[in-house]
Design a protein around this ligand. Structure first.
Ligand SMILES: [Zn+2]
Length: 332
C-alpha cells in the first residue's frame, strides 16, 4: 500500500512537471518585426541568425502578393521561416478596426443608386474612413484612380474619401439589388489574411494588430481565428494578468538608444520575471515606420547572448507562458 501510494505520488509529481510545471513561466523576450519590410530580410535576419536568435515577422498578406520591392517576397519570407522565424498575420491591407466595417454583418452596401445618365454605374455613400476592398458576389472588384475609368471598366470601383462616396461598375448590374456588393470588413481582413498566408505556405497562428490598434470586440472575434494576438500597450506581460488575445508589446522607436532597450529588458525580463515583446519595423534603412539601426540591433543581440536572455517566437512564448502543449511551435 505504501509502495502504491509512493508510486502514485511520484506519477502525480511527474505529471505536474510534465504538463503544467512550466505554466506561467515568464522571464523571456520576443522580437517582432511588423509590416514585412525587405530590410528585415536584408539586415535583421542575418544579424539575429549570427547569434542564434529567432524572431517573429508580421506580414501584410496583400503586400506579399503585390510584388512591391519595399516588402519581402514569398521566397524571402520562406527563408525566414526556414531559419526558425515565426510568420504571423499583420492583416490583409493593414487597416484599423474603427476605419472599416467591423464584421461580415456590416459589409453590404445599402442605398446604392445609378449614376445619372448611366445604366451600369452606381454610387453609394460610404460611412467609414477607409475602404479595404469591394466584393461582388464574393469576387474582388478592381480599385481604379478615378470615376471616368470606372465607367469604362466592368468590375471596378473608385473611393473618393474626401466626400465619402464609392462609385462602382458591377460585373452584373442585377447584383446591386440583392446586397451582394460588400465592403471588406475587419473580420474578413483577419480571416482572409490567414487564408492567403496559409496558401503561400505560412500557416499563421499569431495575429499582430496593424497600428497596434485593438478593441474588445475584435479580441472576441479573433479567438476563433488565431491562437494568440499581440498588440501595443508599451508594457511587459506578467502571469495572471495577461490576456492571450491581447498580449502587450513595447514599441521600439528610431530615436531609442540600445541602452534604453537593454535597461527595459533588464527590468521586465530579469528583475520582474516578465515576458517582454518588442515591436520593431524596418532595420538598417529608412523605409517604413520608426526603423531602427542595424548597429542597435546587433548591440542588443550581443547583450542578449552574453546575458543568456531567453529569446522566443510569439508561439513559443505563448506555449511557455500559458503552459499550453497543444500550440504548435513556429509554423511547423
Ligand atoms: Zn504595421
Amino acid at each position: 500500500m505504501r509502495r502504491f501510494l509512493f508510486v502514485c505520488c511520484l506519477a502525480a509529481a511527474l505529471l505536474t512537471a510534465w504538463t503544467g510545471g512550466d505554466a506561467a513561466r515568464a522571464g523571456m523576450l520576443s522580437l517582432t518585426f511588423d509590416d514585412g519590410l525587405v530590410s528585415v530580410h536584408a539586415h535583421a535576419f542575418p544579424i539575429l541568425k549570427k547569434y542564434g536568435i529567432p524572431a517573429t515577422t508580421g506580414i501584410i498578406a496583400a503586400r506579399l502578393k503585390n510584388g512591391d520591392d519595399d516588402f519581402m517576397n514569398v521566397a524571402q519570407v520562406r527563408e525566414l521561416a526556414q531559419g526558425g522565424w515565426e510568420v504571423a498575420s499583420h492583416g490583409l491591407t493593414h487597416k484599423r478596426p474603427v476605419d472599416i466595417p467591423e464584421g461580415y454583418a456590416q459589409e453590404p452596401l445599402k442605398n446604392c443608386r445609378r449614376v445619372k445618365g448611366s445604366h451600369d454605374v452606381f454610387e453609394v455613400k460610404y460611412d467609414y474612413e477607409d475602404l479595404a476592398g469591394l466584393t461582388e458576389d464574393g469576387r474582388r472588384l478592381k480599385e481604379l484612380d478615378n470615376e471616368k475609368d470606372v465607367k469604362n471598366t466592368p468590375g471596378s470601383y473608385h473611393f473618393d474619401e474626401l466626400i465619402g462616396e464609392v462609385v462602382f461598375r458591377p460585373l452584373d448590374p442585377d447584383d446591386v439589388e440583392d446586397g451582394s456588393i460588400r465592403a471588406v470588413s475587419y473580420q474578413r481582413e483577419m480571416e482572409e489574411s490567414r487564408e492567403v498566408l496559409a496558401e503561400l505556405g505560412f500557416p499563421a497562428r499569431t495575429y499582430i494588430t496593424p497600428h497596434n490598434y485593438w478593441t474588445t470586440h475584435m479580441r472576441d472575434l479573433s479567438r476563433s481565428l488565431y491562437d494568440q494576438v499581440v498588440t501595443g500597450g508599451d508594457d511587459g506581460n506578467f502571469p495572471g494578468r495577461t490576456d492571450r488575445w491581447w498580449i502587450k508589446r513595447h514599441v521600439v522607436h528610431t530615436a531609442d538608444p540600445v541602452q534604453a532597450i537593454i535597461d527595459l529588458t533588464q527590468k521586465v525580463v530579469m528583475d520582474q520575471d516578465g515576458w517582454l515583446v518588442l515591436c520593431l519595423h524596418g532595420v538598417g534603412d529608412d523605409v517604413g515606420w520608426e526603423p531602427w539601426s542595424a548597429q542597435n540591433l546587433e548591440a542588443l543581440a550581443v547583450w542578449l547572448k552574453k546575458n543568456g536572455v531567453e529569446v522566443v517566437t510569439i508561439s513559443e512564448g505563448v506555449r511557455r507562458f500559458f503552459g499550453d502543449k497543444s500550440i504548435p511551435r513556429g509554423n511547423g
